[in-house]
Ligand binder design. Structure first.
Ligand SMILES: Nc1ncnc2c1ncn2[C@@H]1O[C@H](COP(=O)(O)OP(=O)(O)OP(=O)(O)O)[C@@H](O)[C@H]1O
Length: 530
């Protein structure tokens, strides 16, 4: 291998690489932090080198067939890191039959699908869902079944029919992905919060008509601002009774409780909050154990509702909304002010919701108010992929809500998985339904094609042993001809990836990037919503 060109700046490294076979590759890796460069550049070199190591046909350790060509995964970024790894070849790579063929459905050897162009790349289940004419469609789709692809095709299909489309996503990245796939400016795809912000600040009407006291130039309070507002409210109520330390503790506890409670109903506007708090206490949805100060009155539903009222008043005095209010106030505006609701019902004919399993009652109410009586709603979700149960989401309830809200709805299922081998799909089902009953309408996933892969279970006693075993598995994988970037180690909590594993990896000379951070609010996925 000859590195024919090497240009390095503090931020970027560009290489042209010539292989002995005469192919030339260009690889770039951009990084913002020099420390990352120290890890990434050697990793990059090793990865490129490994590209040209010939691979065995069968993985020597796990005994499964290997893909005939190595592939590189993007070295994705951790917080504060922006990285991009791209590999372009100037020579033809690999045999023709490994390339995707235009006009042919992958996994469908029968050839191109007939009919609408936007649907031609979809399989039969995806096509049926994407072109379903029902006004309320609920698509249940497991991981890797092409939800995003199908959703994008649905949007394209609707745009071809000159419909006006609004897509709710959970992350900015997902919104961007849909827009990129559609490549059309006429689709609105954004997160719930960003759509709400647009609605509340629209010049087409006045949110003062709602009568909550908020005006158009309201401020958005982040977590810290909201805590300060709550502290002020508590201080004014408990001054002279509770110590500052207790007020600080109470602030943290109540902040969490208020977030949960604000997601239990579509809106907290004009609601008997004592009843909502009672429901939350009865259902153990909020925990108030940390407060044991005899000077603080009993935190019963009535007192919690009073404190909640004081917090909301404090926000209003600042003409401010917290993040949950952004949703709740939009729902209230659409519910209470008919001309605003009509405006949006006329504006959008089709409302689409990605990751429906993670919607909470305010988000569901918002989507259904925007749909109105004459519009259409199309939601895609997978109950097994729910990640927001802590903030008031219950995927089974959301599914039931959808079906009871629109009893004539169409329910579709995508069951062909394009990502994993059958053995992985079967194992994941066994884990998911180990302790809970399989739902009656459950459709097992089937792999679209025979793929190599395996699932191995190793029982380990200590974290140290776990770290050593993990490293030896990685080493065996590498000696089988795989690249560093072929390997991912998943862990449940950051603690599990701490010392032992990191030290073992360093000792073995295995470069790694840790994604995620200690604080939930520092977490990139969480920050994407904010
Ligand atoms: N009909 C199809 N034919 C061939 N490949 C497909 C088809 N549908 C989806 N895929 C491929 O399957 C992979 C997964 O697709 P996609 O990301 O849309 O799935 P998803 O269900 O959104 O995934 P996730 O599990 O992340 O939610 C992608 O590589 C996509 O190109």
């Amino acid at each position: 291998m000859i590195f024919s060109q090497l240009r390095q700046t503090s931020r970027c490294l560009i290489k042209s690489v010539k292989t002995p076979q005469g192919r030339s590759f260009r690889a770039s890796f951009a990084y913002r932090d020099r420390r990352i460069g120290r890890y990434a550049v050697p990793a990059l070199k090793r990865s490129i080198t490994q590209m040209f190591v010939s691979r065995p046909a069968v993985h020597p350790w796990v005994g499964v067939p290997l893909a005939s060509r190595p592939f590189l995964l993007p070295l994705s970024a951790g917080p504060g890191i922006r990285s991009r790894f791209s590999l372009k070849t100037s020579a033809r790579e690999g045999p023709e039959d490994e390339k995707p063929r235009k006009g042919r459905k992958a996994g469908n050897p029968k050839g191109p699908a007939k009919g609408n162009s936007s649907l031609s790349a979809l399989n039969d289940e995806q096509q049926a869902a994407a072109s379903d004419p029902c006004h309320a469609i609920y698509v249940k789709a497991g991981p890797g079944t092409g939800k995003t692809q199908m959703l994008a095709a649905r949007v394209q299909y609707l745009l071809e029919k000159k419909r006006s489309v609004l897509v709710f996503t959970f992350t900015k990245r997902a919104a961007l992905e849909i827009k990129e796939r559609i490549n059309s400016k006429s689709v609105v795809a954004a997160t719930f919060h960003s759509i709400c912000l647009g609605i509340l600040t629209s010049k087409d009407y006045n949110i003062e008509d709602l009568g909550t006291g908020h005006s158009k130039n309201f401020k958005l309070f982040d977590e810290d601002d909201a805590k300060d507002a709550l502290k002020m409210a508590l201080w004014s109520r408990l001054q002279g009774q509770a110590s500052l330390e207790t007020i600080n503790k109470l602030t943290d506890t109540l902040m969490e409780a208020f977030k949960v409670v604000k997601n239990l109903r579509p809106t907290t506007y004009k609601i008997d909050m004592a009843q909502v708090f009672q429901e939350a206490l009865d259902g153990n949805k909020i925990s108030l154990n940390t407060i044991s100060d005899k000077h603080v009155p009993l935190l019963d539903a009535a007192f919690l509702a009073e404190l909640f009222g004081l917090y909301q008043r404090e926000l209003l005095l600042n003409n401010a909304l917290d993040l949950a209010d952004l949703l709740g106030l939009t729902v209230a505006l659409l519910q209470e002010v008919p001309y605003v609701r009509r405006f949006y019902n006329n504006k959008y004919s089709d409302i689409l919701v990605d990751e429906f399993q993670d919607t909470n009652p305010p988000q569901f109410a918002l989507a259904s108010l925007l749909k109105g009586d004459a519009g259409n709603i199309f939601v895609v979700g997978d109950a097994d992929q729910m990640i927001y149960s802590w903030r008031g989401t219950d995927s089974t309830v959301m599914g039931q809500n959808f079906q009871s809200r629109w009893p004539d709805c169409s329910i579709r299922t995508l069951s062909e998985n394009y990502r994993s081998p059958q053995v992985t799909l079967d194992a994941s089902r066994a884990v998911l339904y180990h302790e809970r009953a399989v739902p009656p309408d459950y459709q097992p996933l089937r792999a679209s094609a025979h793929k190599p892969g395996g699932v191995f279970y190793v029982a380990i006693k200590t974290p140290k042993e776990e770290a050593h075993t993990t490293v030896s598995i990685i080493q065996k994988t590498l000696s089988a001809g795989m690249c560093f970037s072929d390997v991912a180690v998943l862990y449940r909590t950051k603690r599990q990836a701490s010392r032992d594993l990191q030290e073992c990896l360093k000792d073995a000379g295995i470069p790694f990037i840790i994604l995620g951070s200690d604080s939930l609010w520092e977490n990139k996925e969480v920050r994407l919503h904010l």
